[in-house]
Design a protein around this ligand. Structure first.
Ligand code: NAI
Length: 254
């Protein structure tokens, strides 16, 4: 059976759980070899074991330059140069602008924004050497519009949208495509982690959307798959929303 990612080598950050995990599963099913990169070593190792020879786990803090060097080196040694990079790792922090500490602001920027920058920078050389590839940067609907209590997160996600376009312009001649993905509310543990582990009922948010529900990680993985594959060969520098209709309206209340 042929897969939509046959022959690709992908590095996915934040792939131990949530949307990154869903992408890793989809990519392996479609014939890619996948480096699962995360801070959560136990979950990452377990996922790599489950996925078998086409996957390996690599500890990577996306905000750390040396970690990126080690991760790309390992990918090259074990699977070959990465031809797909998914900058998916991200963290959320809720606080009023007036009460947001510099430490919290910088923590979010380091992971979401600097992480995506370092990731793109790290793969340019090996990806160009391999003849090109696809970089998928996971932004958010907060990269398209603002959200109260999310100043650092919104700033980081707008930055991802912007740097995606710069990278697309610079790297097109190297046959590297770069696009941003903008998920709406997706059913993962991100929100609950941000508020200290308390379980959150996301269905209330879902009811306000055109599709009447929050999204599943697998639904974002399908979009990431399209952008990673050669099916999106004419897409670069573009924004792809998968948000149940969240950004289709400017209405305050229905
Ligand atoms: P999640 O919290 O379930 O997964 C995030 C993963 O990133 C975890 O495995 C975590 O260990 C890892 N991670 C955190 N900091 C890291 C670091 N410094 N280095 C490497 N890995 C790190 O969240 P989810 O929902 O899967 O988020 C994936 C991406 O989607 C994030 O960029 C997030 O901002 C974005 N997103 C999420 C939405 C949602 O509603 N869940 C909506 C829009 C965007």
């Amino acid at each position: 059976m042929t897969g939509r990612l046959d022959g690709k080598v992908a590095l996915i950050t934040g792939a131990a759980r949530g949307q990154g995990e869903a992408a890793a599963r989809e990519f392996v099913a479609q014939g890619a070899r996948v480096v699962i990169a995360d801070l959560n070593d136990d979950a990452g190792e377990a996922l790599a074991d489950e996925l078998g020879e086409a996957a390996l786990y690599q500890h990577l803090d996306v905000g750390d330059e040396a970690d990126w060097e080690a991760a790309v080196k390992r990918a090259v040694e074990e699977f070959g140069p990465p031809t797909v990079l998914v900058n998916n790792a991200g963290i959320l922090h809720f606080s009023e602008l007036a009460k947001t500490t510099l430490a919290d602001y910088e923590r979010v920027i380091r992971v979401n924004q600097i992480g995506a920058f370092l990731g793109m920078r790290s793969v340019v050389e090996p990806m160009s050497g391999a003849g090109g590839g696809s970089i998928v940067n996971v932004s958010s609907v907060e990269g398209l519009a603002g959200m109260p209590y999310l100043v650092a997160y919104t700033a980081s996600k707008f930055a991802i949208r912007g740097m995606t376009k710069v990278a697309a312009l610079e790297l097109g001649s190297k046959n590297i495509r770069v696009n941003s993905v903008h998920p709406g509310a997706i059913d993962t543990k991100m929100v609950s982690t941000a508020i200290g582990g308390v379980e959150v009922d996301l269905s209330r948010i879902g009811k306000k959307l055109a599709l009447g529900r929050v999204g599943r990680p697998e639904e974002i993985a399908k979009l990431v798959l399209f952008l990673a594959s050669d099916e999106s060969s004419y897409c670069t520098g573009a924004e792809f929303a998968a948000d149940g209709g969240a950004t289709a309206t400017h209405a305050l209340k229905v």
